[in-house]
Design a protein around this ligand. Structure first.
Ligand SMILES: C[S@@+](CC[C@H](N)C(=O)[O-])C[C@H]1O[C@@H](n2cnc3c(N)ncnc32)[C@H](O)[C@@H]1O
Length: 219
């Protein structure tokens, strides 16, 4: 078996890494703090702090103009990506919660990017299926209910532009993907990872970022 060359991430090393990333801007910082203060029981759903600058970097790197986000919560990842879009870029944000996304709406307005974000409150599968069938999405961020990841993938892949990037979060599902007895979301993510590896339409790499992050590029 190949040996890991990864350095274990201590709290000190994690803080060091954050300290060498682009800092969150005041609106992003406030959104992270407000989410933890007002929604302490579910705040863990927010994308990790380092994923904000990473997603922004990927938007700029790919020159994405049309983004789809599946799973918005209080809007941190959508904010980070929308800020990196050109002024005429668009992000369709999919979620089922008016309550949680209301925090996002407020932050997006404060940051001056509300006009770039089209929030669709509905089951994300319905929203994706209603989109044009031809390739037009430059970047998609997958971060919603794990049981539907394969279905989301199947709706997204044919709609991805050539070279378009799918970013899938939580592909380790807290380590349960290596548990032979994994059930529920852990089992669903295992099935998703197998599905992605077997899909010749996409070139995919799995990274040890936060809870595991897959980057997949449309061939
Ligand atoms: C992990 S959170 C997203 C975190 C977000 N990307 C962020 O950075 O804060 C998952 C979100 O998926 C949403 N969700 C769950 N099931 C859904 C569905 N069937 N359709 C759309 N959204 C769904 C939840 O309401 C929740 O806000």
């Amino acid at each position: 078996m190949a040996e890991s060359k990864s350095t274990p991430i201590t709290d000190e090393l994690y803080a060091y890494m954050l300290g060498h990333n682009p800092p969150l801007d005041p609106v992003q910082r406030e959104l992270v703090e407000v989410t933890h203060a007002r929604l302490p029981e579910v705040a863990g759903m927010q994308s990790a702090e380092e994923q904000g600058p990473l997603l922004a970097f990927l938007v700029r790197l790919t020159g994405a103009r049309h983004i789809v986000e599946v799973g918005t919560f209080t809007g941190f990842s959508a904010l980070s990506m929308a800020q990196a879009l050109p002024a005429d870029g668009k992000l369709i944000a999919c979620d089922v919660s008016e309550e949680w996304t209301a925090y996002g709406r407020e932050a997006w307005a404060k940051a001056g990017v509300a006009d770039r974000i089209d929030l669709r409150i509905a089951p994300a599968l319905d929203t994706l299926r209603a989109m044009p069938a031809e390739p037009h999405i430059d970047l998609a961020y997958l971060d919603a209910d794990k049981g539907n990841y394969v279905a989301y993938w199947e709706e997204l892949v044919p709609r991805m532009s050539p070279g378009g990037l799918i970013v899938a979060d939580n592909v380790f599902f807290h380590g349960s993907v290596v548990d032979p007895g994994a059930t529920g979301s852990g089992a669903a993510i295992k099935a998703f990872n197998e599905h992605v590896s077997a899909d010749d339409r996409m070139e995919a790499v799995m990274l040890t970022v936060a809870d595991g992050l897959t980057l997949a590029r449309r061939r």
